[in-house]
Design a protein around this ligand. Structure first.
Ligand code: KIV
Length: 261
C-alpha cells in the first residue's frame, strides 16, 4: 500500500520511520514495500557520477533519476532533492519544484537551509508542493564552509538549529532531515516538532533514520563516515563475482552447454 504523508505523520512517537536513498529503478524496486520512504538524494552526484561534492548536480539529473526511482518504487513515499542553485529565491524554487512535480511522480521535494528558507517553503506548500526541509550539516554548503562540519556543538549553534527547525515546521515543511548534529540537539528538536524528524548522523532519538544506500551496503568502500553502519560488503561481493566471471571466461568454463542455444 502507498505510504502517504499522513501515514508518516501517524508514526511520530509510535514507530520509527525508515528512509534510504535510491537513484535508479532497479534498487528502488528492491527497497519498495520494505522501506517507508526513498530519497532521490543529490548525493547521487558523488556516488553515481564520482564528483567530489553535490554542488554540481543539476535539475535535469535529479528529474532523470527521480523518474527512474518512481518507475521502480510504487509504494514508498518518494522525495526528490532540489539541487544547488535551483532554489535561491522563492520564485525560482517554485518554477523548479513545479518542474520536478510535473515531470516525475515524486511525493515531495527536499531542500537545504534554515529559517531563511521559510518563505520558500511556504510558497511551495501554498502551491501544492510538499517540502522536506534539511538542516544541520548541509552538503550543498560544503564548499562555502570548507568541508563537512558537525553542527550543534555549542550553545549558539544549538539555538540556531532549534529556531530553524521551528521556523521550517511553521512554514509548512512536512518532514525534517537533520544531518551531522549532536545527539542531544537532535533529540530536543525531535521533541519540539510535530512533524517527523529523520536523522543521519544525528543519534538515536530522532523519529527515523536515513542512510545513503551505497554507504550502508558497502558499495562505496573508500571511506566510511562514523555514523554509517555497513550491512553488506557490497563492493567486495561484486568484485569477487566479477573475478569469478573473468576466470571462467579465461578458462573457457563459461559459457557451458547450459548457457548456449
Ligand atoms: O543527498 C542525500 O543523499 C541526502 C542525505 C544524505 C540525507 O541529502
Amino acid at each position: 500500500m502507498k505510504v502517504t504523508i499522513s501515514k508518516l505523520h501517524s508514526y511520530k512517537n509510535n514507530k520509527k520511520i525508515t528512509m534510504i536513498t535510491a537513484y535508479d529503478a532497479l534498487f528502488a524496486k528492491m527497497f519498495d514495500n520494505i522501506i517507508d520512504t526513498i530519497l532521490v538524494g543529490d548525493s547521487l552526484n558523488m556516488s553515481f557520477y564520482g564528483e567530489n561534492d553535490t554542488v554540481s548536480a543539476t535539475l535535469e539529473q535529479m528529474i532523470y533519476h527521480t523518474k527512474a526511482v518512481c518507475n521502480g518504487a510504487k509504494n514508498a513515499y518518494i522525495i526528490s532533492d532540489m539541487p544547488f542553485g535551483t532554489y535561491q529565491t522563492p520564485q525560482n524554487a517554485l518554477i523548479n519544484a513545479t518542474k520536478i512535480f510535473k515531470e516525475t511522480k515524486a511525493d515531495a521535494i527536499k531542500l537545504e537551509g534554515g529559517k531563511e528558507k521559510a518563505q520558500t517553503i511556504k510558497l511551495l506548500t501554498d502551491n501544492a508542493i510538499a517540502v522536506v526541509a534539511h538542516i544541520g550539516l548541509m552538503p550543498q554548503f560544503s564548499r562555502s564552509e570548507g568541508g563537512y562540519k558537525v553542527k550543534g556543538k555549542d550553545e549558539q549553534s544549538k539555538i540556531k538549529l532549534l529556531e530553524d527547525a521551528k521556523a521550517l515546521e511553521e512554514a509548512g515543511a512536512v518532514m525534517l532531515v537533520i544531518e551531522g548534529v549532536k545527539e542531544e540537539v537532535a533529540q530536543e528538536i525531535t521533541k519540539n516538532l510535530k512533524i517527523p524528524v529523520i536523522g543521519i548522523g544525528a543519534g538515536r532519538y530522532t523519529d527515523g533514520q536515513v542512510l545513503v544506500w551505497s554507504d550502508m551496503l558497502g558499495f562505496f568502500d573508500e571511506f566510511k563516515p562514523k555514523f554509517v553502519k555497513r550491512y553488506l560488503n557490497g563492493a567486495e561481493i561484486v568484485k569477487n563475482a566479477v573475478k569469478n566471471y573473468i576466470n571462467d571466461v579465461e578458462d573457457s568454463k563459461f559459457p557451458t552447454e547450459a548457457e548456449i542455444y
